[in-house]
Each structure stands twice: as structure tokens, then as C-alpha cells.
Write a protein that binds this ligand. Structure first.
Ligand code: HSE
Length: 339
């Protein structure tokens, strides 16, 4: 399998490290062999080499602050989109920054890769929250895979679970904690850290978006809620069609006052049906300390999928992070390669 990375930041590097670590295992267990033929990154430079790029050397150079093109003479001068148009590859990993208002540049990357019959794996929420139906339809038409497990709860299985394991179920409602950064901030504030220090720490740990406003204003959870609404209920709504409030209005005093009443603030995302209408929302809620969601701390996420057949199925796991999100791309890649 020839692979290209579009975006080589935290998530792209997380995936690269996992691919290297598991190279032998991928071959012995699944018969998968791969070669990375292109890496494009707006900040770290771009390289294209049909003969294969030394992925370990690529990681080393960017992790020591260098540019990818220091590696070889295979510097690629164009934009990512030009690389997608020029390269021959079977899989594109799209992990550029999320913009949930425009979905760009990721949507163009994905559309072009699908047009060129490449399988696409992405963790980018913008294209899914805005253009899921169109992109999924294009992938079907081109008979390629378009997988995006990491867009919701990083590597913790949610979308693949809904598609594969819960296939045939009729979902009534989905509810949970879908943003790692805000859950981490609320947890650390309860431990006495200031909002600013907690946010800084979440950024250092690779949880926060490039512009962390997207986390604290609730937009990241809103994007995830919209993706779920589209995938589960076929909703046509765009993210800002749904009500959304973040955590910026919650002070340390509010957190302690709630605790004195046996409550804890959580940023809750919900999707449900009212007749044929899909409803969704994101906002802080005071959850009773005895409620299972109250015990979800740090960057951990949790989701409860309520279906007519099974009642509540709850999944708890990492919601953000370099390897956690990189892992989602590895899973999607294995699924593509196995088919
Ligand atoms: N910024 C996101 C979060 C990353 O904190 O949950 C994972 O989507």
C-alpha cells in the first residue's frame, strides 16, 4: 500500500510512530506492507518520493524542529492539493487542522483524493460535519473507502461500532462527553488549577485544537454531535444549526459551589429524534455525582448510545491525544488494507 500524509502535526506523527512500531506485526498478522510516498505539511515542508520515504528519518527531522525537505532532494514545491493530484497512492491520511466553519482545506484534499480513486482516512471534523453525505457518496461512486473513526472520541470505537457492530439497530438517542480538552480543564480546575494553566496543559498534551477556542466554546463537541447526527440519522443540518454553549462561562467558584450540592459540570453533547426531526445540542450540564458521566475525568470521553434493541450501550475511552487519535487512523487503515 502506498500512503501519503497530508498534515504531519501531532496526529500525523502519532500515526507515523505507530506504523513504524507495528510494521512487522502489520505484515505478520494482516499481510499488510506499506510505503510512505508523500508527506505534505504547511509548516514542516513537503516531500514526494515514489521510491518511498524513510518515515523514521522524517519523524526525527520534524521532531528536532527541522523541515522535511532536509531529508532528501525530493522536496515538493507545491501545495498539498498539488501533491494529491500528482501522486500515485492507495491511501491518503488527512490530518490537517479542523475548521468547522468552512471545512477547508481538508474538504478539498479529501474530495480530490477520492476523485483520484484513493482511499481516505481522516480525523478532520470539518469535512464530515459539513459535507459527510457528499463525500460518502463520492467514495461509493469511486468504490473506495472513506473512514473517519478518529473524528469522534479519537481511537475509542464509536463510528466503526455504529457501522459494523451495531448495524441493524435503531438508535433513539446518543449522549455523552465528546470533548477531551474541556473535560480535562474542568477536572483540573476542580483540583485547584486555574483555567489558563489547565488549558495550557491540555495544549501541551496535544488534546486541544490548533485554535483552542474551538474546544472551550463547544464547537469541537458540536462538530462531533453533527457528525453523529449525519451518520446515524442522515441529518442535513450544519453544525451551527444546533444550539451550542461552551465552558467559558463556568468559574472555579461555580465548580466548587456545584460540588457542595453533589453536582459536577460536564459539557454534554446530545442527539435525539423528535418524530422525523433530528435534534442536537451541546452545553454544560450539572450532572449528579452519582451519575456515571460525573465520574468521567480528564481527557476521557464517554458516549451512551440508546437503541430500541439494546437500550443503553456506553463506551468510555480516550477522547483526544497524539497516539489515541493516531491509533484511530491505524484501525481505519487496517480495515481498508484487509479488504
Ligand atoms: N480537541 C479535541 C478534544 C481533539 O479535545 O477532544 C479530539 O477531537
Amino acid at each position: 500500500m502506498r500512503l501519503i500524509f497530508i498534515g504531519f502535526g501531532t496526529v500525523g506523527q502519532g500515526l507515523a510512530e505507530l506504523l513504524l512500531k507495528k510494521k512487522d506485526e502489520l505484515f505478520s498478522k494482516y499481510g499488510i506492507d506499506y510505503s510512505v510516498v508523500g508527506i505534505a505539511d504547511k509548516l514542516k515542508g513537503s516531500i514526494l518520493d515514489p521510491q518511498g520515504i524513510d518515515l523514521a528519518a522524517a519523524l526525527k527531522v520534524v521532531q528536532s524542529g527541522g523541515y522535511l525537505y532536509e531529508l532528501s532532494s525530493k522536496k515538493f514545491e507545491g501545495e498539498a492539493l498539488e501533491m494529491i493530484t500528482a501522486v500515485d497512492a492507495e491511501v491518503m491520511f488527512e490530518a490537517t487542522y479542523t475548521d468547522i466553519k468552512t471545512g477547508e482545506p481538508a474538504t478539498s484534499h479529501i474530495r480530490n483524493a477520492l476523485e483520484r480513486n484513493m482511499n481516505v482516512v481522516t480525523t478532520n471534523k470539518g469535512p464530515l460535519a459539513l459535507y459527510y453525505q457528499e463525500l460518502a457518496e463520492l467514495a461509493r461512486e469511486k468504490k473506495v473507502k472513506f473512514l473517519f473513526e478518529g473524528t469522534v472520541m479519537s481511537g475509542t470505537p464509536v463510528l466503526n461500532l455504529l457501522r459494523e457492530t451495531l448495524a441493524g439497530s435503531t438508535v433513539k438517542e446518543v449522549k455523552g462527553i465528546l470533548n477531551g480538552t474541556t473535560n480535562y480543564i474542568l477536572t483540573r480546575m476542580e483540583e485547584g488549577l486555574s483555567y489558563d494553566d489547565a488549558l495550557k496543559k491540555a495544549q501541551e498534551l496535544g488534546y486541544a485544537e490548533a485554535v483552542p477556542d474551538a474546544d472551550v466554546l463547544g464547537w469541537d463537541a458540536l462538530a462531533k454531535v453533527t457528525i453523529l447526527a449525519k451518520v446515524i440519522f442522515g441529518a442535513k443540518e450544519r453544525p451551527f444549526d444546533f444550539p451550542c454553549e461552551g465552558i467559558t462561562g463556568i468559574s472555579a467558584a461555580d465548580i466548587f459551589e456545584a460540588k457542595s450540592r453533589n453536582k459536577r459540570f460536564k459539557l454534554i453533547g446530545k442527539i435525539w429524534r423528535e418524530g422525523s426531526i433530528t435534534k442536537a445540542s451541546v452545553g454544560p450540564e450539572e450532572v449528579d455525582l452519582s451519575h456515571p458521566l460525573a465520574g468521567i475525568m480528564g481527557a476521557t470521553n464517554a458516549i451512551t448510545i440508546t437503541s430500541y434493541e439494546l437500550g443503553d450501550v456506553t463506551v468510555v475511552g480516550p477522547g483526544a491525544g497524539k497516539f489515541e487519535t493516531g491509533f484511530s487512523m491505524l484501525v481505519d487503515f487496517i480495515n481498508i488494507a484487509r479488504e
